[in-house]
Design a protein around this ligand. Structure first.
Ligand SMILES: [Zn+2]
Ligand SMILES: [Zn+2]
Length: 234
């Protein structure tokens, strides 16, 4: 396994020589100057869904659809340059970016004063994961959980069936598309989730449909709370 990992790293070094994903400076995955240009959400934020609040206004996102999640927090808005880094991690095979982006998730966790007993990445369907070779959310969760000393479990929540891509769907269609996609029935009898504070990790949250669909079976299996933490909110 160790050998395989080194081999994979070597192959990665050839395909992607160590260059900053933002400015191409050599020797960095993401240089400090480019990290500093990532916009972070700033107060006032909605206590529930984590969206930026309008001045003297109530949360429009919660008014449109109040999430059943215990709460949601994000590092920043879904805009450049963060959007580009997420795209490189997810679609271009630049898995190294999980390191700095996972660090940003850990920073957000601390900044927002979050608490979790267990972190779970949003699972990919097995077939999608085979095609892509990795689950970007799992890479992020491993880095983030490692830095925070929180347990990360990739075996508790399964993606029961592949869903069509959420891009281009309306809000209702997004909810229908993923409503029954996730399952933790295989561990429900073990009480591993009973009374635990769960944090679900993903890269982007658009309508919350995916995180809501993850939360339902976790609550059903006895989770005390299910929060979401993502890099970016659209
Ligand atoms: Zn840079
Ligand atoms: Zn809200």
């Amino acid at each position: 396994m160790h050998y395989l990992h080194r081999y994979a790293q070597h192959a990665l070094d050839i395909v992607f020589p160590l260059r900053c994903a933002g400015c191409q400076a050599s020797g960095y995955i993401l240089c400090s100057a480019c990290k500093a240009t990532i916009r972070q959400l700033t107060a006032p934020l909605c206590w529930h869904c984590g969206h930026a609040l309008p001045v003297n206004g109530s949360c429009q996102s919660c008014q449109q659809h109040f999430l059943q999640l215990s709460g949601l927090r994000a590092l920043g808005p879904y805009q450049e340059p963060l959007r580009g880094y997420i795209h490189q991690l997810k679609y271009d095979g630049n898995t190294r970016l999980a390191q700095p982006l996972g660090q940003f998730l850990a920073l957000a966790y601390r900044t927002y004063g979050m608490h979790a007993d267990i972190m779970l990445p949003v699972p990919l369907h097995a077939q999608r994961q085979r095609e892509r070779g990795y689950n970007h959310a799992a890479l992020l969760a491993r880095v983030c959980a490692g830095l925070l000393g929180v347990a990360v479990r990739e075996d508790l929540l399964l993606r029961r069936h592949a869903t069509s891509a959420q891009v281009g769907l309306k809000v209702d269609e997004r909810y229908q598309n993923v409503a029954t996609a996730f399952d933790c029935a295989h561990v429900a009898a073990t009480n591993v989730l009973t009374g635990r504070c769960i944090l679900v990790i993903d890269d982007v949250c658009t309508t919350g449909a995916t995180l809501e669909a993850c939360a339902a079976p976790l609550f059903a299996a006895g989770a005390l709370s299910v929060w979401g933490l993502v890099l970016a909110l659209t």
